[in-house]
Design a protein around this ligand. Structure first.
Ligand code: S3P
Length: 438
């Protein structure tokens, strides 16, 4: 949990969901827009910025490092960039809150600065592996101390970085992005090769800020020593936040929900394909491009779902959507098998274990495997589950509660504010019956 106040929810069974559901801005894009604007030359305007705790933590860190950031209205930021070498060190720790993306990308950015920095995080972030980022950064010449591979991270300043060619051992946009950000400060070429293509927002945004970069699915390459020029950024609605409504409307009979202007970067929409394989009725309407990203309205209608063997190639494209998928699988007819998703064990919680414990508490048959799960769909009973402070788990169980045979109590939901402020109100506006537990 976020440390402030413990918050539990009760989700009641509900009738058909209806309406337009406008989900908040994309978390990945918001983090990156803040970081690149901060080290660009000139003033950048960001629209659609996610007002979540994670992205606000990143903005607060950059402000602590001397960047002026104004917020004329919700979702809007005006960032006066200080240029590549204009950040000023802070003697106080830089608090990334719950945000793995914030901490890992900032580590890359800070590795090339003249000053020392210490990055800290909350209880969950303090348990997440950081060597995946600090090892390759060390190969680039950085010096970073960890606590046995975990935060806090002490990033030493004044190091001369040099570019490397690095083959990622796991498909991770966070590692790739950390190396590319360090690469801005490095001598020579930094090249990253991925075992499977991951979200390419850092690459696209670097290009939009005028940094020469070559990239194609699965690889990215840039050279140090250029400049970033301020620009406008329009953040699309977050597909990962839309995901809970895709599942909720799919499983509640009679539902029809429209999710306007959601980002449809193909490296994010694996859940759409997985749900369609399960029989879901999901249409994309009003497709357009905004800020270089594909966006569209997603229209989802209830449909009977059936179990599938999830193609492993979809895993990286839906890495944040497994809690929602597990709920769909729990209500689908037959068996769903997930493999090749061991990364779920090192997210905001161990998402395989947390989902398995929660679904079991609701009477679902689920077998955990080291890199996935086998879920036998059927009915969802009433009961109590613990989200372990994991925002996506809490919201997924809120969707499960819609079709349960009674109340579902969901414990430890405060961290939903990290990625989806206003979830409870928005969910209720389309027909959820979700409230705070006494
Ligand atoms: C993210 C990358 C993914 C994802 C996370 C956001 C990003 O993490 O799970 O929520 O913005 O780059 P990994 O890089 O660890 O897979």
């Amino acid at each position: 949990m976020s440390g402030v106040q413990r918050l539990d929810w009760i989700s009641h069974p509900a009738g058909a969901l209806h309406g337009d559901v406008v989900v908040p801005g994309d978390k990945s894009v918001s983090h990156r827009s803040m970081m690149l604007s901060a080290i660009a030359e000139g003033t950048s305007h960001i629209r659609g910025f996610l007002e979540g705790e994670d992205t606000r933590a990143t903005a607060a860190v950059l402000a602590q490092l001397g960047v002026s950031i104004e917020s004329p209205s919700a979702g809007e930021r005006v960032v006066r960039g200080v240029g590549l070498h204009g950040l000023r060190g802070s003697s106080k720790p830089l608090d990334c809150g719950n945000a793995g993306t914030g901490m890992r990308l900032l580590t890359g950015l800070l590795a090339g600065q003249a000053f020392d920095s210490t990055l800290i995080g909350d209880e969950s972030l303090s348990k997440r592996p950081m060597r995946r980022v600090t090892d390759p950064l060390t190969k680039m010449g950085a010096q970073i101390d960890t606590l046995d591979g975990l935060p806090p991270l002490h990033v030493h300043g004044g190091k001369t970085l040099h570019g490397i060619r690095y083959e990622l051992p796991v498909a991770s946009a966070q590692i790739k992005s950390a190396l590319l950000l360090a690469g801005l400060y490095a001598k020579g070429i930094t090249e990253v090769i991925e075992p499977h293509p991951t979200r390419d927002y850092t690459e696209r945004m670097l290009a939009a800020f005028g940094w020469p970069i070559e990239f194609s699915p699965g690889r990215a390459k840039l050279e140090g020593g250029h400049r970033l020029k301020a620009t406008g950024v329009v953040v699309p609605a977050d597909f990962s936040s839309a995901a809970f409504f895709l599942v909720a409307a799919s499983i509640v009979p009679g539902s029809i929900v429209r999710l306007p202007a959601v980002g449809l970067n193909p490296r994010r929409t694996g859940l759409l394909e997985a749900l369609r394989l399960m029989g879901a009725d999901i249409q994309i309407e009003k497709q357009s491009e905004s800020g270089g990203e594909k966006v569209g309205d997603i229209v989802v209608r209830h449909a009977p779902l059936h179990g599938i063997e999830l193609p492993e190639t979809l895993v990286p494209d839906m890495i944040d959507e497994f809690p929602a998928l597990f709920v769909a699988a729990a209500i689908a007819k037959g068996r769903t098998i997930v493999r090749g998703a061991a990364e779920l064990r090192v997210k905001e919680s161990d998402r395989i274990a947390t989902m398995a414990a929660g679904l079991r508490a609701l009477g679902v048959r689920i077998e955990e495997t080291p890199d996935g799960a086998i879920i036998d769909g059927g009915a969802i009973e009433a009961g109590a589950v613990d989200s372990h402070g994991d925002h996506r788990i809490a919201m997924s169980f809120a969707a499960a509660g819609l079709v349960a045979k009674g109340e579902v109590v969901i414990r430890d939901c405060a961290n939903v504010a990290t990625s989806f402020p206003g979830f409870l109100e928005l969910a209720n506006s389309c027909g959820f019956a979700l409230g705070l537990a006494p």
